[in-house]
Design a protein around this ligand. Structure first.
Ligand code: FES
Length: 158
């Protein structure tokens, strides 16, 4: 079994808040993804069972969004996004991404060997006024440069 009792209860607690069980698919995927750092095939099936859906329906929703990781490429403990859209790119976003990948010895989309940090490029994070912007899980960091990035990464690696 992939979903523990707590996760099941949290998914079930969404049911009264949504117009249909199907509408709970994405919130459920997010809950599982946040906790397990991926959504395994087993978890997809269990979510489908909980929501009275076909496994393929849940899998279709999950795979439509590139946000969700599958079990063969789970996220590290922290997900670090570097924006490479126009405003950030013009202010050094691509260089930041290159610097970060080199420092952590990963490619975009990869996770450090110790499983602590996953690095991804992002399209506009909605923080253009603070370009170049980075996001650490759900938290924006603005006006980044390599020094600030190194400092942040050193903290995250502890
Ligand atoms: S272009 Fe990077 S936050 Fe908008």
């Amino acid at each position: 079994m992939s979903l523990n009792d707590d996760l099941r209860k949290r998914i079930e607690s969404y049911l009264p808040r949504y117009p249909s069980k199907q509408a709970v698919t994405l919130p459920a995927l997010h809950l599982v993804h946040d906790e397990q750092r991926c959504v395994s095939r087993e978890a997809v099936k269990e979510i489908a069972d909980l929501l009275d859906l076909a496994t393929a329906e849940v899998y279709d929703s999950m795979s439509f969004y590139e946000f969700f990781r599958e079990e063969d490429a789970p996220l590290g403990k922290v997900r670090l996004w570097v924006c490479r859209s126009l405003a950030c790119s013009l202010r050094g976003g691509e260089e930041l991404l290159r610097h970060l990948c080199q420092k952590l010895a990963v490619k975009p989309g990869g996770t450090t060997a110790d499983g602590k940090i996953s690095v991804e490029f992002a399209e506009c994070l909605g923080a253009c006024e603070g370009a170049p912007a980075v996001m650490v899980d759900d938290e924006h960091k603005h006006n980044m440069n390599t020094e600030k990035l190194d400092e942040m990464v050193n903290e995250l690696k502890k």
